[in-house]
Design a protein around this ligand. Structure first.
Ligand code: NAD
Ligand code: UFG
Length: 336
């Protein structure tokens, strides 16, 4: 199959491209390199011994996208491209709505015009807002607490309407929990810009000496040790979930929504201690005030992914930390 992967030089996209190439698919990546580097294409080739096609293109440029669809035949699309920083989306909502929505509308327009009917979309557990119940299942009430999350919910709604109006389409919407870790080669991983917002990239920078201590955002939550609990999932497990989602899209039409998580929750301090084990040193931390907008606990019901996709995460938290530590030590400045 020839798969178009938008955002394919990014963190989750690059790991998914590796899995697709290793399965024998042909891959074309589109990315505008806003949050990634073209070097990732070389790294993917080093891992898989096969090179994806790469097109530097902004999905908001409808004409260039249309030209690509004119000269290529795609069997399916995996749509990762988008902005993803929650805090930044609160400060710059227009930038988030413009990029995430227009890029998706352009993509869907081209897919419809060229009869490319299969799409896997990156949504997020953020669409459950303050979760109605734990573990979070796909039927939980949807709501959002920030513009980034609202773009995901709006895109889910757009996809539902487009699927309804076009019965030939097959959309699989994947709601990711907290992807962490890196490829075992240490060649690809996550490169946050500036001060990392997310927990494990920040811990990795404490371990490499780039940050003095971990700021733990609150220890007065209703959780076993008072710190926030999340469902961390190895990025390679997540990537493999996309291959299963493509298989599923090939067997049906319509739209479906599926969580990708492990079903297990770990607290901030448990993750810190797992990382200490991986890097072999104690890491300093300080307890600070809660971060606005954070919820106490988030973990997935994985029943639907197991039943519908036949997919289950394999890697545990220790392995996630070992693989992240390898990437961090091999790439102290990330891949830029
Ligand atoms: P990433 O920033 O590493 O990758 C996204 C890629 O999209 C980047 O390479 C960026 O340059 C590219 N991009 C952005 N706007 C573009 C545009 N207009 N045209 C072309 N390319 C563009 O992010 P990621 O962590 O790999 O996330 C991938 C997807 O998964 C995103 O949609 C994100 O919202 C979603 N998601 C991520 C997480 C997470 O914690 N990483 C959690 C839930 C959902
Ligand atoms: N945390 C700290 N210190 C830090 C960073 C995080 O204590 O420096 C804590 C947070 O308070 C939270 C946990 O670590 O309890 C995880 O925080 P992250 O920022 O790593 O992840 P979030 O669960 O807040 O958000 C992530 C993605 C969002 C996505 C959401 C739901 O960043 O894009 O998961 O999938 F929407």
């Amino acid at each position: 199959m020839h798969i178009l992967v938008t955002g394919g030089t990014g963190y989750i996209g690059s790991h998914t491209v590796v899995e697709l190439l290793q399965q024998g698919d042909r891959v074309t990546i589109i990315d505008n390199l806003y949050n990634s580097s073209k070097k990732v294409v070389d790294r993917i080739e080093a891992i898989t011994k096969s090179r994806p096609d790469f097109v530097k293109l902004d999905l908001c440029d409808q004409d260039k996208l249309e030209n690509l669809f004119k000269i290529s035949v795609f069997d399916a699309v995996i749509h990762f491209a988008g902005y993803k920083a929650v805090g930044e989306s609160v400060e710059r909502p227009l930038m988030y709505y413009r990029n995430n929505l227009i890029s998706t509308l352009n993509l869907l327009t081209c897919m419809k015009a060229h009869q490319v009917t299969k799409l896997v979309f990156s949504s997020s557990a953020t669409v459950y807002g303050q979760p109605e119940r734990i573990p979070m299942d796909e039927d939980c009430r949807l709501s959002t607490t920030n513009p980034y999350g609202t773009t995901k919910l709006m895109i889910e709604t757009i996809l539902s309407d487009v699927a309804k109006a076009n019965p030939e389409f097959s959309f699989v919407v994947l709601r990711y929990f907290n992807p962490i870790g890196a490829h075992k080669s240490g060649l690809i991983g996550e490169t946050p810009q500036g001060i990392p917002n997310n927990l494990t990239p920040y811990i990795a920078q404490v371990a490499t000496g780039q940050r003095d201590f971990l700021r733990v955002w609150g220890n007065d939550y209703d959780t076993p040790d008072g710190t926030g609990v999340r469902d961390y999932i190895h990025v390679v497990d997540l990537a493999k979930g996309h291959l299963k989602a493509l298989d599923y899209a090939n067997t049906r039409t319509g739209i479906d929504f599926i969580n990708l998580g492990t079903g297990k929750g770990y607290s901030v301090l448990q993750v810190l201690h797992a990382f200490e084990k991986a890097c072999g040193k104690q890491l300093p931390y300080q307890i600070l005030e809660r971060r606005p907008g954070d919820i106490a606990t988030s973990y997935a019901s994985t029943k639907k992914a197991e039943e519908v996709l036949g997919w289950k995460a394999q890697y545990d938290i220790d392995r996630m930390c070992v693989d992240l530590w390898r990437f961090a030590t091999q790439n102290p400045k990330g891949i830029r």
